[in-house]
Design a protein around this ligand. Structure first.
Ligand code: 5GP
Length: 115
């Protein structure tokens, strides 16, 4: 643990990213390998490795993460047609970067999860 993730390097500016939103607590940027026409990642600046590592202390942060994602979705013009949020958790959940993030995906009709 405690090895710096790609997202920590994005937060520090060591790795460039395309900013979509930024505040004291969160940063949102475009996914480098988009799975939909609009694919944005929102991350807390606090390095929580995965969603199940969040504690009671993080309850308000998790709430604000959704509110920031909502703001980004509106900013990206996704809210009228709809879109999808995804949080992958752990290896079998498809998580590849161990810094909590929510995917915002939209801009097309997304298939069913079991499709
Ligand atoms: P996960 O699979 O962990 O839920 O999602 C990680 C996401 O981060 C992937 O969709 C991947 O394309 C994206 N990603 C990985 N490395 C970089 C990077 O260096 N820059 C950006 N913008 N996205 C990245």
């Amino acid at each position: 643990m405690s090895e710096e993730t790609i997202f920590a390097k994005i937060l520090s500016g060591e790795i460039p990213s395309t900013k979509v939103y930024s505040d004291d607590e969160f940063y949102a940027f475009r996914d480098v390998n988009p799975a939909a026409p609009t694919h944005v990642l929102v991350i807390p600046r606090k390095p929580i490795a995965k969603v199940t590592d969040a504690t009671e202390e993080d309850a308000a942060l998790l709430g604000r993460l959704i509110l920031v994602a909502n703001k980004v979705a509106r900013q990206e013009g996704l809210d009228k047609q709809g879109f999808r949020y995804v949080i992958n958790c752990g290896k079998d959940g498809g998580q590849t970067v161990f810094h909590l993030h929510i995917h915002i995906m939209g801009g097309q009709v997304l298939g069913p999860l079991n499709g």
